[in-house]
Ligand binder design. Structure first.
Ligand SMILES: [Zn+2]
Length: 320
């Protein structure tokens, strides 16, 4: 399966060496996702070394991009309550971290408004009862390559590109959440402990499960109707993207953007649909459609920048 992935990479990589570092590339995406989905991180379960290693890796990238921070070491620590004995942890709750960075906007007025881009980096560890594994009787590393190393790698690629170009008028917050699998715990904690005034957060976009773009190239996004002109903007960005965006006005559910929506924030939730290995030990790197994920990253980068530079006020529109 490794050979298959390599062939895919060759197919999408720019051939001229001088272009190799331009834009969001398959090489960069592949590097990030391979680290995050490796066995040595043991499924990134909160309160374990693997989860801490993933957080440290994300922090290292944020530092390298030259992003700003509010918290010591970019970490926002919080506790997650666990079901007893989950992943051999005997405590009732464990400490884990959201990893948070930001890039100030380049417009003197709009820089006081913030757009959030998030993805959760935690997963199910070794699985077992009480973790959400679909095979609770099998104790094996759940690498969560698609859920959600694929979204975290996208967050990193996009943060890297945004910080290189610095084209954003509004400020952008990049956040890798932990505790998502235990019930959106990290994003709830963040929305209850914001580093900026609540009214300054204009929109949150979330990436959860980006690695399985189908043959029809359908990139799904819910919440496009939660801000003015969102439907038109996101449909329009499909032109020339090579993707078939499925733009939904409501459909806000399933991941960390829900924590923001509940606080009356405009949101967007990006994903590439369901897949057979979801929440099983088989969710591994060989099932990731790298070329499709990179195309999706390029689309999300454009969407994020368009929203950060929106020339009209961004306000919440409730959806049913
Ligand atoms: Zn997920």
């Amino acid at each position: 399966m490794r050979i298959f992935v390599s062939i895919l990479l060759l197919a999408v990589a720019p051939t001229g060496s001088c272009l190799a570092q331009e834009g969001i590339t398959a090489e960069q995406y592949d590097k990030y996702i391979r680290f995050l989905a490796a066995d040595k991180l043991e499924g990134r379960f909160p309160g374990t070394k693997g989860n801490d290693k993933a957080a440290a890796y994300i922090r290292k990238q944020f530092k390298e991009y030259g992003l700003n921070r509010w918290h010591t070491n970019f970490y926002q620590p919080f506790y997650v309550k666990l079901k007893k004995q989950t992943n051999s942890i005997t405590r009732d709750s464990v400490l884990t971290n959201n990893v948070i960075a930001y890039l100030p906007g380049n417009d003197p007025l709009l820089k006081d408004e913030y757009i959030v881009l998030g993805a959760h980096y935690d997963h199910l560890g070794w699985g077992g009862k009480g973790t959400g594994s679909k095979k609770p009787d099998t104790l094996a590393i759940h690498n969560g390559a698609i859920d959600n190393a694929s979204g975290t790698a996208a967050l990193l690629c996009i943060a890297r590109e945004v910080s290189k170009k610095k084209l954003n008028k509004r400020s952008i917050i990049f956040i890798a959440f932990s505790g998502e699998e235990e019930g959106l715990v990290g994003s709830k904690f963040f929305t209850n402990h914001l580093p900026v005034p609540d009214t300054a957060i204009k929109l949150m976009s979330n990436i959860d499960i980006l690695g399985c773009l189908n043959a029809e190239k359908q990139l799904y996004m819910g919440g496009a109707g939660t801000f003015p002109g969102g439907m038109e903007l996101l449909k329009g960005l499909g032109n020339g993207s090579g993707l078939n965006p499925i733009v939904i006005a409501g459909g806000v559910g399933g991941s960390d953007h829900v924590s923001f929506y509940k606080r009356n924030k405009s949101v967007l939730g990006f994903h590439t649909g369901g897949y057979p290995q979801y929440h099983t030990p088989e969710d591994d790197i060989e099932f990731v459609n790298t070329a499709g994920a990179v195309q999706s990253c390029q689309y999300i980068y454009k969407a994020l920048l368009a929203i950060a530079n929106y020339n009209q006020p961004i306000y919440f529109i409730k959806q049913d």
